[in-house]
Design a binder for this molecule. Structure first.
Ligand code: FHN
Length: 455
């Protein structure tokens, strides 16, 4: 009895709007962006920065306890001679992705754009002297693909990011800012202070620049608040000045969506909910205990190999077939897939990534209609595969390559036509207890997509 009550309670909690969203009123423009975002279904994530030069992932500064003054010297050698925004955007567009999200500044603190807030940026601190985001933004706008900016709340190299959080404790910060010794603070209990106030202003300046100098921006994708906030203690929005940051963003560009990869329930002002390395409903790495929002568009970010930033030894790329299935599975949960690439230090996208982009693009050229603009299908995940839908058209994506007949649990639904999606060839189906059985045609393809119309 108790078990049943808990199940019913959990089901009830899953359909009521999350409390945290009650007071935030998104504008019409913002709602329109949410709709476009939810329809887009597929984006490409780019983790690129000074860390790429060391070829060991974007956490190397923390992992190897690199002193921030020494790390900053990498900027003096940052010269990605083969960086070509036009080629990046072209390859990404060919994959069928509808947006690009790039790290404007990751936890190492280096900005890939010209900013007045610090000289530690790709224009002022490097021989390359180019504004990476400006070049990318220009191409995105020219080639018609949306641009999102990842932005790290946490910073491993700034003295005013004080007190330091759980990570980056070995990067040599001295507790002196602006020539003055910082106050002794119990870093377990975060208290704001004059140095940190400076850090908050620094972030406001950068966010203002990002939303003023690069045209229309689809989303700001925050990351790093977990450096101080934890799942068990909840999100302390005041620590990060989130209310002001969010309203600043929405004031500058009302249509710009805000996502925060805090791994907790969405906070007021957020427009999308992010899941890291998990399709909504999964929790493979302990990042996804949050409830699934019933109102916000959902996004799953995932790596192509095992790394976000370029890791020279990481050849563990997922196969193109796996990634296509992953995109389908994500869509079948009503979520977008944000698939990551870590460009090399010379500015090129690894060939392994390029050929996967091409394969996904080829599949989407044929089957895009069963993904873009769809929502979760009327059939929950089955042993043979998953489903998506658009209007009264339900698409079944069958991953079981051996199956000659599948059972589809559609007891209450009237199915009146069933066919192979691509050829349009009619498929036989018969009513059985609790649903229908569909007879399948054999095929070599790792995914067979069929369609039925229903009432
Ligand atoms: O620490 C980051 C990590 O480097 C990467 O950016 C991922 C992408 O989702 N997010 C953080 C971990 O939660």
């Amino acid at each position: 009895m108790m078990k049943l009550f808990l199940l019913l309670f959990a089901a009830f909690m899953a359909v009521i709007p999350l409390k945290a969203q009650e007071n935030y009123q998104p504008t019409q423009e913002n709602l329109q962006s949410r709709k476009e975002f939810a329809d887009a279904k597929f984006g490409i994530f780019i983790h690129w920065g000074l860390y790429s030069m060391l070829g060991d992932g974007e956490w190397i500064m923390h992992n190897e306890n690199i002193n921030y003054k020494e790390y900053e010297r990498l900027a003096g050698a940052f010269y990605p001679s083969k960086f070509n925004a036009e080629e990046w955007v072209k390859a990404i567009k060919e994959s069928g992705a509808k947006y690009i999200c790039i790290t404007s500044r990751h936890h190492d603190g280096f900005s890939l754009f010209k900013t007045k807030a610090t000289t530690y940026n790709s224009v002022d601190a490097t021989p390359f002297k180019r504004d990476i985001l400006a070049e990318l933004a220009q191409e995105c706008h020219k080639q018609g693909i949306r641009l999102h900016f990842y932005y790290s709340h946490l910073d491993w190299g700034r003295e005013d990011y004080y007190p330091v959080g759980r990570t980056g404790r070995g990067t040599g910060r001295k507790g002196i800012f602006d020539g003055k010794k910082l106050p002794e603070i119990d870093s377990a209990v975060f208290q704001t202070n004059w140095a940190y106030e400076n850090y908050l202003k620094f972030m406001d300046t950068q966010l203002t620049e990002l939303l003023t100098n690069y045209g229309k921006i689809g989303a700001i994708w925050f990351d790093g608040v977990w450096d101080r906030d934890h799942q068990e203690n909840g999100l302390k929005a005041e620590t990060w000045n989130l209310a002001n940051q969010y309203s600043l963003i929405h004031k500058l560009q009302p249509g710009c969506l805000i996502g925060n990869n805090h791994h907790m329930d969405p906070y007021p002002g957020e427009d999308i909910q992010i899941f890291e390395r998990d399709i909504p409903g999964q929790n493979l790495y302990g990042y996804s205990e949050q409830a699934i929002s019933q109102i916000l568009p959902l996004e799953t970010c995932q790596t192509m190999n095992r790394s976000w930033g370029y890791r020279i030894t990481d050849t563990t790329y997922k196969s193109a077939d796996f990634l296509i299935k992953y995109l389908i599975q994500t869509s079948a949960k009503g979520a977008n897939l944000l698939l990551n690439i870590g460009p090399r230090p010379d500015g090129t996208l690894p060939e392994e990534a390029l050929c996967r982009l091409k394969s996904i693009g080829e599949w989407l050229k044929q089957y895009g209609e069963t993904i873009y603009g769809t929502t979760a299908g009327i059939v929950a995940e089955q042993p043979w595969g998953v489903s998506t839908k658009k209007g009264k058209r339900n698409f079944l994506h069958i991953f079981d390559t051996e199956a000659t007949e599948i059972f589809v649990p559609v007891k209450e639904t009237k199915i009146y036509e069933c066919k192979e999606y691509l050829s349009g060839n009619k498929l036989n189906f018969k009513k059985v207890k609790d649903g229908i059985n569909i007879t399948l045609q054999p095929s070599d393809s790792p995914v067979r997509t069929i369609e039925f119309l229903y009432k």
